[in-house]
Structure formats: C-alpha cells, structure tokens
Design a protein around this ligand. Sequence first.
Ligand SMILES: Nc1ncnc2c1ncn2[C@@H]1O[C@H](COP(=O)(O)OP(=O)(O)OP(=O)(O)O)[C@@H](O)[C@H]1O
Ligand SMILES: Nc1ncnc2c1ncn2[C@@H]1O[C@H](COP(=O)(O)OP(=O)(O)OP(=O)(O)O)[C@@H](O)[C@H]1O
Lengths: 218, 218
Amino acid sequence: MKQFVVIGLGRFGYHIATSLYKLGNQVLAIDINKNVIEKIKDSVTDAVIADARDINTLSEFLDKDIDTVIVASALDIEMSVLTVLYLKDIGVKHIVAKAKNEDHGKILKSLGVQEIIFPEKDSAARLAENLSMSSLIAHIPLAPEYSMIEIASPEKFFGKTLNELDLRKKYGVNVIGIKDVLLDQININPLPSDAIPADSVLLLVCKTDEIETLTFED
Amino acid sequence: MKQFVVIGLGRFGYHIATSLYKLGNQVLAIDINKNVIEKIKDSVTDAVIADARDINTLSEFLDKDIDTVIVASALDIEMSVLTVLYLKDIGVKHIVAKAKNEDHGKILKSLGVQEIIFPEKDSAARLAENLSMSSLIAHIPLAPEYSMIEIASPEKFFGKTLNELDLRKKYGVNVIGIKDVLLDQININPLPSDAIPADSVLLLVCKTDEIETLTFED
Ligand SMILES: Nc1ncnc2c1ncn2[C@@H]1O[C@H](COP(=O)(O)OP(=O)(O)OP(=O)(O)O)[C@@H](O)[C@H]1O
Ligand SMILES: Nc1ncnc2c1ncn2[C@@H]1O[C@H](COP(=O)(O)OP(=O)(O)OP(=O)(O)O)[C@@H](O)[C@H]1O
C-alpha cells in the first residue's frame, strides 16, 4: 500500500485521487476550494482545504515518507512551479505533475519533476492509434517494433486449433487470447490444442509494421 | 487510408489531427482561429478557417464519404452540441466528440455520438494504474480478469531458459517478451529455449488479481 498526496482537484486531479484510492492506496487530497474538498472527502483517505503556495502548510501535511506527490493543477503555472519548489525543499522523493503546455513541461523538468503528464496529448495519441487501424479493434504498442492487437478471426480459422494453424511459424504472431464475441468470454493464454470459434477476435502480439499487411492469406 | 475531419484545434484537437496524419490518414483540420490554422497547415492534409456552427460551411467541406469526424472542442458546450447536430443532418456516419464533463457527455450520447472522450479522466485512470503497482513497471488491462504487466525478473531466473522454468505451469503466466535493460533490447515472442538474462524485465500476461501476489516464490 503506497501513500499518495494529490494537490489540485480539477478533473484530472479529482480522477487521479479517486482512482488511486480505489486501487487500495492511501490518498490525501488537497485543494484551496472548500466545495471540491466536500465533494471528494468520502472517496479518499483524507481531504484538506489548504493553499499549496504556503510552504508552512505543505510541511504540516507532507514528509519524506510520502511515496509520491501529484501536482494536478496546471491552470496557474505560478502555483504549479512554486508548489514543486517547496515539495523539493521538504524532501519529497517522487513528484508527478500535470503540464498545461510544452513550455510548462520544460520548466517542470528543469525543477526535477520525474513524471510530466499532458492529459490532452496522451489521450489524443491513444485515440489516433485506435481510430486509424481499420480491421483492428485495439492496438497497444509494446516495444519500438512490436504491438498487441485485436483482430477479427478470419473465417478460414474457424474450428481449427492453434496447433493446426501454427500461426507463430506461418505469420510470426503469438496468440495471447481468443475472445468469443457471442458468449462475451475470453480465453487468455490459450493452449495449443484450443480451437478458434466462429465470430471470435484474436488478441495477438506481432511486429507493428506488419499489422497493415496481416491478412492471413496463404 | 481513412479520411478524418477534426473540428476545434485546442491541445486535444491539435494532437489528434497531427497524430492521425502521421499514421498515414487523410486529415482535414477546421478551426475558427486563423493563427491555429497557420500553425497546423503543414502537419495535416488540409486546414481551413471556418465556423463549425454554420451548417452551410460544414456541408461544403463534409459529405457522407468521410470516415470519422472528431469534434475536439469542448470549452463551449453550445458549439459542440450544435456542430454534432449539423453533422448528423449532413449524414456523417461516425462521430467522436470530446466532453467537458459528465453532463456534456450525456447530451452528446443522446445526440448519437458513438465515442465520447474525457481526456483528463482517461489520462488520470492510466496514471493511477501505473503508479499503484509497486514492482511493476507497467500494467495494461486486457480483459476483465487478465492484464499484461512488466515486472523485474527475479534473480533466481537469471541464466535459465523458459523451458526449464516452465512458468506457465508453475505460475500461470505467459511470457510475451524479455527486455534486456542493459542492452535496451526486447525479445518479443521468445522461444522456449531462450534464456532470461540478468537485469531483465519480463513482459507477461497473467490474472489481474494475482499480480500483487506474483512473487515467484517456490
Ligand atoms: N494554491 C492552490 N492550492 C491548492 N489548490 C489549488 C490552488 N490553486 C488552484 N487550486 C485548485 O486546483 C484546481 C484547478 O485545477 P487545474 O488548474 O488543473 O484546472 P482545470 O483546468 O480545472 O483542470 P482539469 O483540466 O484537470 O479539469 C482547482 O480545484 C483549484 O481549486
Ligand atoms: N465555432 C467554432 N468553429 C470552429 N472552431 C472553433 C469554434 N469555436 C471554438 N473553436 C476552436 O476550438 C478550439 C478550442 O478547443 P477547446 O474548446 O477544447 O478548448 P481547450 O480547453 O483549449 O482544449 P484542450 O483542453 O484540448 O486544449 C480553439 O482552437 C477554437 O478556436
């Protein structure tokens, strides 16, 4: 169980605080606005009204034992960079901060923030991936040249086992899962003797530049 | 090659338009602000200055052949919902829209928008996952009970082959990749005869509720 502090509860800050708490961590949420603290107090370990630009207040709530502090407010660059400065002075080891734009990101990096988040850019990049692959249902980049993809099973595979199809030798793909769309079930880590049902989706790992040409033609 | 139109070039809109273009798609970017159009025009197929609230202008640039229109502006809910209404009238088949908050999202859904994006919430949920898993370097949910994780290889595995370790039988995990951290190389879809080097990271698929207990003890 890790201990997190989240400062600034806009949409991003509110969701990171409540998600971390749901995943079983201890979360202290801080915001200058009383209404926001009222709204979040039952969904985190503790929530306090405080001004993050006041180093004395910050030191009251923070010490070196905190695993990670997330500065989730970025509308006001002055507040964000002052808060990061004080966190470094107090001795917080791991700081994550949201950035409003590239320039704000550069300043945070020079202050020693370990992880800088651009929510709009992150979300846009993922959506672009998912939208531009045609027969693909999802595409998760794994390594510089490899990806995990979901692709509809070709008809000629229906009823055949992974052993018979020998997909790794023939097409260089590793089948991680077989989703039966009609039964809404997924067979993860399938055995070589498992068959591919009709109307299924394959979850597989393959080379990224082979995705567009993966048609399973003989 | 798919055809996309992106309306509204704030941070999210700008990044979705340029990412889709980089992935090989045709992208038309629309914004009411001349400066933004100047900035993006070399990074997309075409960029035009137009007011999306004017149905006549929209019909000039859009027709039924467009694969997807992305309404990426959400500061002004009126502009967003009016634009979606006109797109439906023109006959656009697939609409994706960014939402400012949950209420805005509900209105977009009732207008028939197929995909609604909350960039701050999406990005916060992913960050929460990555931060709360201790020895894990990354965690990608695959299915309701399965995940793909990156975990540092335990010392007792160093120098041993996947065959010898028989990880699937002993721990129920499927090793998708072995990252050699020192050489910065990754061996995706490793063979059973491949050995696990020292200072490596395993990319594996396992049951989500077993992640916290995955210590590879005998
Ligand atoms: N000095 C401060 N101390 C503590 N909290 C602060 C301080 N200044 C602003 N905040 C809080 O930060 C939050 C604003 O977050 P942010 O600046 O990221 O704006 P936002 O655009 O609403 O965020 P998002 O895009 O994530 O919704 C507000 O809840 C505000 O009360
Ligand atoms: N009627 C309109 N027609 C076309 N573009 C518009 C219209 N109204 C606003 N825009 C454009 O939409 C963009 C604003 O996007 P948005 O409303 O999402 O704000 P934002 O908060 O800057 O976005 P982000 O959070 O993604 O940075 C601006 O570039 C603006 O010029």
